[in-house]
Design a protein around this ligand. Structure first.
Ligand code: NAD
Length: 480
């Protein structure tokens, strides 16, 4: 049994309470590790360590901070196999995905912000002769970073890297469902020479350790990625305390496919945008709208390709779709499929739990599922499912499909497939999402603003947006 420790003041420590929680390997459906069940006391210790480290860390030159963060990035790359295996075991995702996407991206996150901070500059406003303003940007202080289970190390580092690069000290909490790579990351930080207290990782439950971070009066900015309901709860605590918040929340993304879509590229990408990481990526497109003349052909080809996806042991190279992250989440997704049936949907592919043989016989696997025959306004098409489940729906014209696409409370991402340039631009402008892909999906330039509209969040991450969030601006006006 592996035992995970908190990382506080540069050391790996037990939770004050001495209590631990189970961590499951979802592909085997069994407990394989224990994580600290931390509480407000541990968060307090982490905060004290972070505030003691802040004067030194924030006074380092950007070059010095950058060099340490680059060491961390390098160490992630050196340990890619160990981290990828840990991520796959913890989360159920295919090992090949963790090795090719999650872990390399965690290294890139650290390197990207280690180097962007070297180029981060602030403005100066000349007003008139004798009056000039300049903007001073200083780190906020001790900040809280809370991340979800779907892309564990990838999203954890996506927050921590800009926070540290900008000179803040951090109290962070990874998801209690997938804590292993954050634990390995704490060991990497120690070896890479990160000064003690600069980053503190407190493991535990959201409504206990997470809540203690959000409500701590000394932690003045919260960067959160997770569900919309949790985001709402955090906003209620943080708003009266006037904390800065960045909230990256749920989605119900649309793929819109016109007759003139680049067909081959579209069909293979839509399979990926539907089922990558078992459909558990906030950017996955779960509603697929197809222009009517193309509908039958698309349906036939899509089903054919989806049926060929290999659901299986995440450690096998041949596996395309791994395990669902937890038993409760698997049950939730299966109940959503049941609701789709009750709403009048026809399950054209999948729809059931899969029981595998051997090592994974007790694992939590679901068949990639395609549903048709539903209205755009039903629950299945309005609520986030966050699993390997998509709906396909025909549409007649642009106006109709735009209405469908914008009909949910979410507004994270959309993917538009057309070779009509004018239409692509028009849709890109009119769709109410923070991210739009045209003839592609999930191509990420880390300099671009990342985040959603409506119930998908508040604020943007990435590039200068992240560095601005993690700094406090001050205007200084000088008369000379
Ligand atoms: P979640 O909201 O249950 O948990 C996310 C994190 O918040 C975890 O670390 C959890 O412990 C913590 N938490 C829970 N309750 C808390 C509380 N009361 N106070 C403080 N922290 C608390 O989400 P999840 O199930 O881990 O992740 C899935 C969700 O994340 C989906 O809705 C998905 O769309 C969303 N997501 C969004 C993005 C994005 O960039 N917009 C990216 C990935 C995932």
């Amino acid at each position: 049994m592996k035992i995970i420790s908190n990382y506080i003041n540069g050391e790996l420590v037990n939770p004050l309470s001495g209590s631990y929680l189970d961590v499951f390997n979802p592909a085997e459906g069994k407990v394989y590790a224990q994580l600290p069940d931390s509480d407000g006391g541990d968060v307090n210790l982490a905060f004290k360590a972070a505030s003691a480290a802040f004067p030194l860390w924030s006074s380092f030159t950007v070059e010095k901070r950058s060099r340490i963060l680059l060491n961390i990035s390098q160490a992630i790359e050196t340990n890619i196999e160990e981290l990828a295996l840990a991520e796959s075991m913890d989360n159920g995702k295919p090992l090949k995905l963790a090795r090719s996407v999650d872990i390399p991206r965690a290294a890139t996150n650290m390197r990207f912000f280690a180097t962007s901070i070297l180029h981060f500059a602030s403005e100066s406003h000349y007003m008139e002769e004798g009056v000039i303003n300049y903007t001073l940007r200083r780190p906020v202080g001790v900040v809280g970073c809370i991340s979800p289970w779907n892309l564990p190390l990838y999203l954890f580092t996506w927050k921590i890297a800009p926070a540290l690069a900008a000179g803040n000290c951090v109290v962070a909490k990874p998801s209690e469902i997938t804590p292993m790579t954050a634990f390995l990351f704490s060991k990497i930080c120690i070896e890479a020479g990160l000064p003690k207290g600069v980053l503190n990782i407190v493991h535990g439950l959201g409504n206990k350790a997470g809540n203690a971070i959000v409500s701590h009066p000394g932690i003045t900015a919260i960067s959160f990625t997770g569900g919309t309901q949790t985001g709402e709860h955090i906003a209620k605590i943080a708003a009266p305390m006037f904390k800065k918040t960045s909230l990256e929340l749920g989605g119900k993304n649309a793929a819109i496919i016109f007759n003139d879509a680049p067909y081959y590229e579209m069909i293979k990408t839509v399979v990926r945008s539907s089922f990558s990481n078992q459909g558990q990526i906030c950017l996955c497109c779960s509603r697929i709208f197809i222009e009517k003349p193309l509908f039958e052909k698309f349906k036939k080809d899509f089903i054919h390709r989806v049926k060929k996806l290999q659901v299986g042991d995440p450690l096998k190279e041949s596996t395309d779709v791994g395990a669902m992250v937890s038993e409760p989440h698997m049950k939730k997704v299966l109940s959503c499929i049941k609701i789709a049936g009750e709403e009048g949907g026809t399950i054209t592919t999948g729809g059931k739990r899969i029981i595998l043989n051997g090592r994974c016989e007790n694992g939590w696997f679901i068949e990639p599922t395609i549903i048709e025959g539903l209205q755009s306004n039903c629950r299945t098409n309005q609520e986030e499912i966050f699993g390997p489940v998509v709906t396909i729906m025909p549409f007649e014209n642009e106006e109709e499909v735009l209405g469908y696409a914008n009909s949910t409370k979410y507004g994270l991402a959309a993917s538009i497939w057309t070779n009509n340039l004018g239409r692509a631009h028009k849709f890109a402008e009119k769709i109410k999402t923070g991210i739009v892909w045209v003839n592609c999906w999930m191509i990420r330039d880390l300099r671009t603003p990342f985040g959603g509209m409506k119930s998908s969040g508040v604020g943007r991450e990435g590039g200068w947006e992240a560095l601005k969030f993690f700094t406090e601006q001050k205007n200084i006006c000088i008369k000379y």
